[in-house]
Design a binder for this molecule. Sequence first.
Ligand SMILES: Cc1ncc(COP(=O)(O)O)c(C=O)c1O
Length: 457
Amino acid sequence: MTAPTPAVRERALSLRAEELPAYIYDLGALRAHMAEVRAALPERVELYYAAKANPEPEILAALRPYVDGYEVSSGGELAHVGKAVPDAPLAFGGPGKTPKEITQALEIGVRRFHVESVYELHMLAGLAADLAPERRIAVLARFNLPVDDGSLDGSSLAMGGRPTPFGLDPEQADEVVALLTDGTYPNLELVGVHAHLASGLEAPEQLAVSEAIVTWAAQLAWRHRVGLSEVTIGGGMAVDYAAPERRFDWPAYGAGLARLAAAHPALTLRIEPGRALTAYCGWYATEVLDVKHSHGEEFAVVRGGTHHLRTPATKGHDQPCTVLRSDEPWPHPWPRSAARGDRVTVTGQLCTPKDVLSRDVPAPGLRSGDRVVFGVAGAYAWNISHHDFLMHPHPEFHFLDSAGGVEGSAGGVDGAGEVALGAVEGVVSGTAEDVVVGRAERVHGRGERLLGMVEDG
Ligand SMILES: Cc1ncc(COP(=O)(O)O)c(C=O)c1O
């Protein structure tokens, strides 16, 4: 969904200019989307949310009824996710884990470690022997597997199938399996294989990659005569920023996973998407400050920019957006700037030509004071941005919740209607204080307003 939902639209128009830019999330829309995703997946497939996509506590909590756990990739994410969704199963992945992070993970009882190298395996074994000698720690060895059929070619971000710092080389498999099964490290248990080879794959490519990973893992188990009970096949489900109304084909992917699961009845399959789960529930709303004419082109300069919404700069796309005309009378004595033509390039306030949010936006007559709301801003947006470059104020954050969205989404989860509804109420009452305490300190003078927003959401 690119166009703002009615609740988001209303909020974007009702905020005062000084309250913009703002990230506005529609948690009802998130729940409805998650119910569809979950309904498309076979029961035997576990769904972990890759928290790096968007770790806002309200988002993590809203996802809880729909996910089996969370994938975290740093000590910071471990602590943060552990606090936002206590007791949720966590899998700890990511390259370059430090001894301190592994210690932290062992202390909080992380369920699974995605081990990325032989060095890391030795470190984990040493720390586990010291800190948790009475436990067996579940290990999934992450492999960077070659996929020869071209399935990774369309990927926007390949992390495997070619030289990268991620995971183990397949040639290291025998050494790793031996270390984990020959008694060298008795308190580590090899439960399976992990792979995350690419982001931005459509359902057919995802299925081909999933099948290649599972087949490789099954052969590894057979070769070593070991039982592997889990294969995590990563995330990377495509989000098409150029055609955001076209969603990843979860039903086709789910049907393919069901076939794969049936072919491997002893295996738990697990996926860990991020972007395709939360991208569509977030909007970055802002105000047009100035409309300028430059060498035959028109530019709308908005409050904020790519230091808040870095996604279009990192991925090199035009961020989908909707222009909302402001009906407020022009409050200033100076003339309002306005577009003469039909199309504008929307840029931010940074002193760099790279601060482009969207090009060629149809916006006839766009004026200063109008609003622009960027969609598909719920993943890898604020949290990957360089917030303090040029020291502009940070945006406000609004988490809207529509009862309609809640009821709609609850229906899609098998027998989970009450659970979902209960969780929603928990989210709203449980996070109000967090939001005020957490954000009021960071965002000057915004505590009360945030409390109001959460309560009336
Ligand atoms: C190990 C791992 N799992 C899952 C993800 C989530 O990928 P996406 O957000 O593209 O679904 C990532 C993203 O980088 C990752 O590195």
